[in-house]
Design a protein around this ligand. Structure first.
Ligand SMILES: C[S@@+](CC[C@H](N)C(=O)[O-])C[C@H]1O[C@@H](n2cnc3c(N)ncnc32)[C@H](O)[C@@H]1O
Length: 224
């Protein structure tokens, strides 16, 4: 089903040009797109602080709160749906955050926008589980995406994932470990695990209010 366009969406996106970078979102043959436009993070943020990335940030609750708590870090958040990324940009502006940049694009295009090996951590929060086996290549922990993240991440960078979906969690564990990642701090019920500094995302609130357990993991590679 096609999402209804938000009122004045184009005007509101234009108002966000200070903290929004727009690139292609159409899901075409991604490999055919050769237009490389690396974003100069040091210039944009005005510092050389480490850059952390969230893919599929939705309305931006997680990344805005992270940016507020961690002024010593920069955050880049990617979201392909214009309807929600506009809300994320508006939230960051309202909060006066200077250390978060949104990119409206499909994650498949990230290697055209982010220089290799410049991201220090990746967050995947409640990514769409795409339950149909034929849609597995769209899951953000599919090997297709792990290859992309490998290009972006520095040595020793971690991937942090949260989801409500047990099958997607199992799938992610299988994909990550068969790609060479080891796992740590794995939780099958995050909200009853005693964790203190968890930032609850929009989807996380919805699912946990329904009594669903939240699964979480941290994936890392050994650095030789
Ligand atoms: C279920 S929502 C979760 C939103 C938010 N992270 C949260 O926890 O509340 C997943 C989001 O990922 C976005 N998404 C899915 N595949 C994507 C892709 N390939 N590139 C960029 N965004 C994607 C969707 O548009 C959607 O907004």
């Amino acid at each position: 089903m096609r999402m209804r366009k938000k009122k004045y969406l184009d005007e509101r996106l234009a108002e966000c040009k200070e903290n929004l970078f727009e690139y292609l979102t159409e899901e075409r043959n991604f490999d055919d797109v050769k237009d490389v436009r690396y974003i100069n993070f040091a210039e944009y943020f005005g510092n050389d602080n480490p850059v952390e990335l969230e893919v599929g940030c939705g309305k931006g609750q997680f990344v805005c709160e992270m940016a507020k708590r961690h002024p010593e870090l920069n955050f880049v958040a990617v979201e392909k749906a214009a309807n929600v990324v506009v809300l994320a940009c508006e939230k960051a502006k309202e909060m006066g955050l200077k250390n978060v940049l949104f990119i409206k694009t499909s994650a498949e295009y990230l290697p055209r926008l982010i220089k290799p090996h410049t991201v220090t951590r990746l967050y995947l929060n409640f990514s769409c589980p795409f339950p149909k086996p034929s849609y597995a290549i769209h899951r953000l922990t599919n090997h297709r995406f792990l290859k992309i993240y490998d290009e972006l991440l520095v040595d020793g960078a971690e991937i942090h994932q949260k989801t409500d979906n047990m099958h997607f969690f199992e799938y992610s564990v299988e994909q990550l470990t068969s790609f060479g990642y080891a796992l740590k701090n794995v939780s099958f019920d995050l909200h009853n695990s005693g964790i203190e500094d968890n930032i609850v995302t929009e989807y996380e609130r919805r699912f946990s209010e329904q009594g669903m357990p939240i699964y979480r993991l941290e994936a890392y590679k050994y650095v030789k």
